[in-house]
Design a binder for this molecule. Structure first.
Ligand code: ZN
Length: 290
């Protein structure tokens, strides 16, 4: 599955809420979910700049950039947390601010991936208390997440397309919703093509097997009975089957003189098979008597 959250986070980070209470909730949420060793840490420049722009005292909290390393392939941006953001704030009272807190969690510790195998939105919580709080926030925003652990961290996640789209819409991540819809449309188109190709291949396989069986019947009749002894109608179809081994029944029907329908060709081939069956039965029962 391809991670599709990078550009989406940048777009969402540039969308600064107009209301002061929402901006406060965004700053507090980023600090809460992005806190590592007394600093706000992120791999996205746009998210670092958002956090920095929401601070009151920007001069004393510059963005510190660390270049990518072999272990950490993305650059890291760190901003020392002001004292008042070092402890967890109370849960927001207003719904708008609870949704903004989920948005902050997505920007700070969330990721979204989608591909042929499905959809995955997850949040990696840095600590049990933070995981518990985020679970509560997500439930209050719409849906209860599933939970697992990875490398000692609690991971809250969603796999259901509709639940993911609903949550992303509520937190204002419209770019993410559009990207998901694109993936889903592509996936459905691919599935439809696969189904058609498989059906077509199965049909071809079936008619090739049927044609081979018809040829064996006609060849048997040729040896055991002789095609000239057949009625003209059966003989025509039998000879055409041998002459054009790969053609469909409809095509053989068009070659007949006068042309006949596919069910009629099928009926005549059925009669040839029954005749071959009788002959085999007669030979089979005649042998022991000899
Ligand atoms: Zn608000």
């Amino acid at each position: 599955m391809a991670v599709i959250s990078a550009d989406i986070k940048d777009a969402l980070a540039r969308d600064v809420p107009p209301e002061a209470h929402c901006r406060h909730a965004l700053l507090a949420g980023l600090a809460l979910y992005g806190k590592t060793d007394g600093a706000f840490v992120t791999h996205r420049n746009a998210v670092a700049r958002l956090f920095w722009s929401l601070l009151e005292d920007r001069k004393s909290h510059p963005i510190e950039t660390r270049a990518p390393t072999r272990l950490q392939r993305l650059p890291t941006f760190a901003i020392a947390l002001p004292g008042r953001l070092a402890t967890a704030p109370p849960k927001p009272v207003h719904r708008c601010d609870r949704l903004i807190e989920v948005r902050a969690a997505f920007l700070a510790c969330g990721s979204l991936a989608a591909g042929a195998r499905g959809y995955h939105l997850e949040f990696v919580a840095r600590g049990e208390e933070i995981a518990e709080r985020l679970r509560w926030m997500l439930r209050s925003a719409g849906a209860a997440p599933k939970q697992t652990r990875r490398k000692g961290h609690a991971v809250l996640y969603f796999k259901d397309f509709d639940a993911i789209v609903e949550l992303l819409t509520r937190i204002g991540a419209y770019g993410a919703v559009l990207a998901l819809e694109d993936v889903r449309a592509l996936r459905e188109t691919k599935n439809r093509i696969h189904r058609l190709v498989n059906t077509e291949a199965a049909n071809l396989q079936r008619s090739a097997e049927a044609a081979a069986a018809h040829r064996r019947v006609v060849e048997y009749l040729q040896n055991a009975y002789g095609l000239p002894r057949l009625t003209p109608a059966l003989r025509e179809v039998a000879e055409l089957r041998l002459l054009y081994p790969d053609e469909s029944l409809a095509e053989l029907g068009r070659r007949c003189n006068p042309p006949i329908s596919k069910p009629t060709v099928s009926g005549r081939l059925g009669a040839l098979s029954r005749l071959a069956g009788h002959l085999r039965g007669v030979q089979g029962s005649a042998k022991p008597a000899r």
